[in-house]
Design a protein around this ligand. Structure first.
Ligand code: HEC
Length: 143
């Protein structure tokens, strides 16, 4: 009986912490919380990038949460590219592409705005296949 109660308490504790983690991991507009405030991070590009690759078209700015150390970004770095199209509301670009470095590897996710919230547009191997062309600069094209 006593072990059963302890098990129940443990299960409840795990369930609660999962809910807290789930809430903490996304911001109000649907972007992950680790991108919060990206507009205030140092920009990698001097002028907005126009046109460019077929994968990301629009007016683009690239922000990095951390600085390169000997041409490599440290673990935990988040790189955000905002992709704005004509008619977008200020601060709400139609698309937001995100790279996040965890344990030496970049994770890629791109979000698209729909009905005031961001949802996942594409992610993973598709992104990585093209970004591998920028391997020499730590998979980041923008210098
Ligand atoms: C066909 C090639 C291609 C694919 C596929 C691609 N990208 Fe990119 N990406 C680029 C290029 C080129 C840039 C440089 C800026 C520009 O021209 O838009 C870039 C820039 C970025 C940046 C800013 C950092 C940097 O490298 O300059 C992020 C973040 C990003 N891409 C995320 C993604 C994500 C997430 C995906 C998948 C959903 C993706 N990319 C797919 C070519 C690609």
């Amino acid at each position: 009986m006593r072990t059963r109660i302890i098990v129940l308490v443990a299960v409840a504790a795990v369930a609660c912490s999962t809910v807290v983690v789930a809430l903490a991991s996304s911001s109000a507009k649907g972007l992950p919380s680790y991108t919060n405030g990206y507009q205030t991070w140092p920009k990698l590009n001097r002028k907005p990038i126009k046109g460019g690759s077929s994968a990301h078209s629009g007016t683009k700015n690239v922000y990095a949460s951390r600085k390169r150390v000997r041409s490599r970004f440290p673990n935990g770095t988040v790189v955000v590219k905002s992709i704005a199209k004509p008619g977008d509301r200020p601060g709400m670009p139609s698309q937001v592409a995100v790279m996040r470095k965890l344990r030496g590897k970049w994770r890629y996710v791109e979000y698209e705005l729909s009905g005031g919230r961001y949802g996942v547009l594409a992610q993973g191997a598709l992104c990585q296949s093209c970004h591998s062309q920028a391997r020499a600069s730590d998979y980041v094209f923008t210098k």
